[in-house]
Design a protein around this ligand. Sequence first.
Ligand code: GLN
Length: 532
Amino acid sequence: MESTKSHGRKQKYIFVTGGVLSGVGKGITAASIGAVLKAQGLAVSIQKCDPYLNVDAGLLNPAEHGECFVAKDGAETDLDLGHYERFLDEEMTQKNATLSGRLLSELIADERAGKFGGKTVQLVPHLTRAIQKSIVIAGHGQDVHIVEIGGTVGDYEGLSFVEAIREFALRVGRENCMYVHVVYVPFIGTSKEFKSKPAQNALNDLRGFGIVPDAVIVRTDNPAPVSIAKKIALFGGLPETSVLMMPNVDSVFRIPEGIANSTLMDLLDSFTGETKEPELSGWRELVKKQRAKKAHKAVIGLVAKYTDNEDTYISVLEALKAAAWDENTELEIKWINAETAGDDDFASVNGILVPGGFGTRGLEGKIAAAGYALDHNKPYLGICLGLQMAVVAATRKAGLKDASSTELDPDTKHDVVYIMEGQAGKESTGGTLRLGDYPAKLKAGSKIAEVYGSEKATERHRHRYEVNQKFTKEIEAGGLTISGTSPDGKLVEYIEGTNHPYFVATQAHPEFRSRPMRPHPMFVGLIRASKH
Ligand code: GLN
């Protein structure tokens, strides 16, 4: 984010914490607050603080933790940064993602280097100061900086973060800090009542750590009676206007508008001093498009390894949805298990998407999907692994029966996807991935240049293997054209079906740059080719 956008106001900080349970939309809430403030013309930045002891999200299992979102500078982050980018339409970097593991490893390195001059090194004040420093850096130059604390208040590992944000008010002035606590109120089916007790306890916990929130957001599965808000306000010692009910909505993109029409907007106005009506027509238009009865329909088969947790592919799904709204198309996602995938699965969909992935599980299914799409003129979008498997499918078709990626078969003679020289042997270190933005030049007259409307593209990357251009002849004989490479021509960035209505694949991850109101052209292309 640029650091010089502020309008010379006093810098403000909004801290978003959670109580009762995590995973109830704290990230979306934080991002939506950001969207509303941005729509008032304020310069807004946002940061996720994760109390995990991991140094980044790169090695976290996506099935458990959801997608690893990649920022333009190559930071491997939590999927909440994807929400931030989609809601704020700003590109994040490493400084927007703070993990305790990263801060602790820096502290310990400093300790080893003798930088503490013989003093004891402690969570308070050393870790808390490091957290505060990361907040100051991430928010530098903005009008409002939003900080979301992962997990729930009271978790052991999050205590330093809670203490750090409490002290932060002493540092910059309480009037420049707004604390927003997101709690969950369950509905008990047997007695048919909403239960506010866990939320009250969560507020007590927060108060126990010295923070009295300025606003409480009450998440419920269904609309709850106002009496719940009143009760939470009463027991929390807060004015009723500080408690905002936020039931589940059919579209998360309605949340910015929901905030703008609630008492939270008044609280935000008096906090920031900006009372301008937020300009939310773009969000309204988007929701309208989303809800409209569609003229077309497209069934997209997602050939995936993890089919039971949508968060694993959240940016891909968001990009597909946004493209479908833009194309006036009702989208149906059909999950195709890569391990059992066969022709019947591929025949039953209008278009196929093979997303990124690591490891050997399900690769043959992905190769079969690409091969089927090539043979049957079925629209295909390959992302990263989806490009690599298409190259394997094509070279096998061209006669190299044992063609493979060395990720799948390290001993194959025909290593059409391989680890380039200089990288071999470092496969397990996590340090050899090609990460973040890389530019590509696109072949004039190619499908991909048409899709982008340009002969240049820059996209985010996260992969280790590359296409082996020694096999270009076979790749072409199998029906593919290399249509985009790194500017020096060394790395293959895009391929496409040579005589195919829509078969495009990229070594990059275009889903990370797709926006709800500006869907990525490669996804739009897939929907356009698949809809009927
Ligand atoms: N596993 C492949 C590689 O490392 C693909 C990675 C991906 O799809 N992001 O190159």
